[in-house]
Ligand binder design. Structure first.
Ligand SMILES: [Fe+2]
Ligand SMILES: [Fe+2]
Length: 286
């Protein structure tokens, strides 16, 4: 299948995951710099299931706040618009993908574990290197591989071929390049555009394997690209050493000192990822 034909099929998938309307509205609102706290709060409060999950998230160890946040307007005052937007997005995508049935051979649990690991690694590297906002790094990491879910759920025959490639020992991305007209990064970028996410986020998802300087936020892209590979080392030293050979030179330059001190922080981050996985997968999914 050619890429154009693939895109046409993608456009025709009727049950392609959609974001809850409150998340779409919040994104739209924040395009406008003059939006008020009141307006943002009113919009989010239209969806009470989202409200309770956001409050759960911002009061969790994940945010590490000293005082308790009881309502959305307090969360916005304390954390700022962008952080609250990212919190809305985080709980929304978990809800959205909860409704998708992936194809055979795709483990949704493994997918989320990796997504949360990359999100938390990007947040950490963002804090340490100031490459991009830790908060934006987290959400980009959480979403970076979402094209894989779409590929497995809606193009099972292509996904099966990719899995056969994996069985031969090549990476997912390489296997996909051999068999799929569009790789998961581009599929994820397509979905992000459909969801009207900010371009910085769309580009970070779309280019996380093939880094492009023309990305709307090149530094955010470098951060997610690096976190994807560094997270492999956090999970498994040996596999990580291999994966990190694929690191883009500029990303390497940005995270080199963290890699040199890897053993000073990796155990703590591993624990943080475990806690994050439990929280995101069990608490927020319930
Ligand atoms: Fe990927
Ligand atoms: Fe990944």
């Amino acid at each position: 299948m050619e890429r154009e034909a693939f895109i046409r099929r993608l456009e025709q998938v009727e049950d392609l995951p959609t974001l809850p309307s409150v998340a779409m509205e919040v994104n739209r609102l924040l395009e406008d710099e003059d939006v008020s706290i009141r307006k943002l709060t009113d919009t989010i409060e239209k969806d009470q299931s989202i409200v309770s999950k956001i409050l759960k998230l911002v009061n969790s160890a994940f945010f590490g706040l000293r005082s308790r946040v009881d309502n959305i307007s307090h969360a916005v005052t304390l954390l700022g618009f962008n952080t609250v937007r990212n919190a809305v997005l985080s709980v929304s995508v978990i809800k959205t993908f909860g409704g998708v049935k992936p194809g055979d051979g795709f483990s949704m649990a493994d997918f989320w574990r990796h997504a949360v690991a990359v999100g938390i690694t990007a947040r950490f590297l963002g804090q340490q290197t100031r490459l991009a906002s830790p908060d934006n790094g987290f959400i980009a990491g959480l979403l970076h591989d979402m094209g894989k879910v779409v590929l497995s759920a809606f193009f099972p025959e292509i996904f099966r071929e990719v899995l056969q490639g994996l069985a031969r020992g090549i990476s997912f991305y390489e296997a996909e390049r051999d068999t799929s007209p569009m790789d998961h990064a581009r599929i994820g970028g397509f979905l992000a555009r459909q969801w009207q996410l900010p371009r910085s986020l769309t580009d970070a998802i779309r280019c996380h394997h093939a880094v492009k300087q023309s990305a709307a936020d090149y530094r955010l892209l470098l951060l997610v690209h690096a976190a994807d590979l560094v997270s492999v080392r956090v999970r498994n030293e040996q596999e990580g050493a291999e994966a990190l050979k694929g690191l883009h030179p500029e990303a390497l330059k940005a995270v080199r000192s963290q890699l040199d001190n890897f053993h000073d922080w990796s155990q703590d981050l591993r624990e943080e990822i475990d806690t994050g996985c439990r929280f995101f997968l069990e608490e927020l999914d319930s």
